[in-house]
Design a protein around this ligand. Structure first.
Ligand SMILES: Nc1nc2c(ncn2[C@@H]2O[C@H](COP(=O)(O)OP(=O)(O)O)[C@@H](O)[C@H]2O)c(=O)[nH]1
Ligand SMILES: [Mg+2]
Length: 278
């Protein structure tokens, strides 16, 4: 890869009209000043009930490297990233961060730089490794729930990754293209789906300490118990997807969709062909 790879940054966004504008401006300005290769920033929205799309389009008139992909259906953060990752063939590196600016552009750029240098096929930020800089950490309860989730994920998948949920990840085009068919989880457990798919396809994942500043207005913290339950169900589901019994459970799929959509008001997992799993 050349010394200045093209970078495509996805930002999933749901009702972010109050948080996203400074983040878009900071990222665009930073990459103009510090990155010699092509930089594209694509905000992937779905079902927003506010003016997030208007805000993104307004900033995009000043920064043509910014654009929006809007899906009216409630496809969830994971669903939005699955759609966004379809753009991988247009770039060398593709990654994502949250719309709230918790990951500063310099921290994301560092992940991209190390990925381009060949350190790993996918570089991920971690708030739980020594050396991470937490300008503002999450609430105590959120951190406790996060650690319980981590233990469950570790018990189910043995990933050896301390912070699967840090939304600062970047990977090589080839890795994103190869594992795209194995991405199913539309809710916030999407990151686990991504990491398991990468590992199963023998791509290398490297976790590095990251700079992080937690922001007010988190939708996860506002619905912590429901989000935690949905994520728990999704990782158990993912474990089953990779088990030999999964096909036997096919008749239960309509029930599963009903539980997600109606009972939990969460995006249902996306259907996929089992043969595409890594
Ligand atoms: N497209 C899309 N983005 C979402 C959805 N839910 C959350 N997000 C985005 O996912 C990111 C993480 O949400 P956030 O509230 O910051 O959660 P936290 O950082 O984990 O506390 C933000 O950029 C949200 O706008 C969704 O249903 N659809
Ligand atoms: Mg966030």
């Amino acid at each position: 890869m050349s010394s200045a790879p093209s970078v495509l940054l996805l930002i999933p966004a749901y009702n972010e009209e109050h948080r996203i504008e400074p983040v878009l401006r900071e990222y665009a300005a930073y990459f103009r000043a510090h990155h010699a290769g092509r930089f594209q920033l694509v905000v992937v929205l779905n079902g927003c009930r506010d003016n997030t799309l208007g805000v993104v389009n307004r900033v995009a008139t000043e920064f043509p490297e910014i654009s929006a992909l809007n899906f009216p259906a409630p496809i969830g953060k994971g669903g939005a990233l699955i759609e966004g990752l379809r753009l991988a063939p247009n770039t060398d590196l593709i990654g994502y961060v949250d719309a709230d600016g918790a990951t500063p552009p310099g921290a994301f750029h560092e992940l991209a730089r190390r990925c381009a240098a060949g350190e790993a096929d996918c570089m991920i930020g971690s708030r739980w490794l020594p050396g991470s800089v937490l300008v503002q950490s999450q609430t105590r309860l959120r951190r406790f729930v996060s650690r319980c989730f981590h233990l469950i994920v570790e018990w189910l998948f043995w990933l050896g990754i301390k912070d699967t949920q840090c939304p600062a990840k970047v990977m090589r085009r080839g890795a994103a293209e190869k594992i795209h068919g194995a991405l199913r989880i539309a809710d916030l457990a999407f990151d686990v789906n991504l990491l398991v798919a990468l590992r199963r396809a023998d791509f290398t994942v490297c976790e590095v300490p990251v700079e992080w500043a937690d922001k007010l207005g988190s939708k996860v913290t506002a619905n912590l118990w429901r989000s935690a339950l949905v994520m728990f169900l999704s990782v158990v589901r993912l474990r089953l997807v990779y088990s030999p019994f999964y096909r036997l459970l096919a008749p239960l799929r309509p029930l599963e969709t009903w539980v997600y959509l109606t009972l939990l008001r969460a995006p249902a997992p996306r259907p996929g062909s089992e043969s595409k799993l890594g």
